[in-house]
Ligand binder design. Structure first.
Ligand SMILES: [Zn+2]
Length: 184
């Protein structure tokens, strides 16, 4: 259930401000309504149908997943492995910070996401360092030599195949850490 909710939050970020604002104060039960699940399904379907071969717009659905997968893998080395959705929830926060650094995505959007994390994933108090994550980020199947990621230019405007440097990733991870510490 929590894995599904993380993907639904990702969808809302890609759909636009009205959808993102609409789900802002939803609790777990709101996300689990049949209507809400159906909408999320239809949104994903519309993206997949535009790009069956996963070459372009469908890659926006990877938002939160490059760092999210790295977090998921790094957590397997710790005493408490995370669920996919927990890792993606954190991955979205880290990747929105990177989007802030690269495209001036408003910090307010990251704060909104943090509140959602607090409400829907209340026990999820984990921090991952650049050194823990970078080997997995580089191992991600979408990355050959350069790090390429799907990011968010603004809520409702996902971009894909964005080249990012190690330094940019490191800065985003450090800034996110500062923000997360305040809420733990
Ligand atoms: Zn996922």
């Amino acid at each position: 259930m929590r894995s599904g909710i993380a993907e639904m939050i990702k969808h809302a970020l890609l759909q636009g401000p009205s959808q993102f604002n609409r789900i802002q104060h939803w609790d777990k039960d709101d996300f689990c309504q049949t209507e809400a699940i159906k909408e999320a399904f239809l949104f994903k379907k519309s993206i997949v149908m535009q790009d069956e071969h996963d070459q372009q717009i469908r890659q926006t659905l990877n938002l939160g997943h490059t760092i999210g997968h790295a977090i998921e893998s790094a957590s397997l080395l710790s005493t408490q492995a995370l669920l996919h959705g927990e890792a993606v929830m954190l991955g979205l926060i880290y990747e929105l910070m990177l989007s802030h650094l690269m495209f001036d995505l408003p910090l307010q959007n990251i704060e909104q996401l943090l509140w959602m994390k607090q409400r829907i994933f209340p026990g999820l108090h984990r921090i991952f360092t650049f050194d823990e994550l970078i080997p997995f980020i580089k191992q991600d199947k979408k990355n050959n030599t350069n790090i390429q990621m799907s990011l968010l230019k603004q809520v409702g405007l996902g971009v894909w195949q964005q080249a990012v440097t190690d330094t940019q990733v490191q800065t985003a991870i450090n800034m996110t850490e500062q923000l997360l510490i305040k809420t733990y």
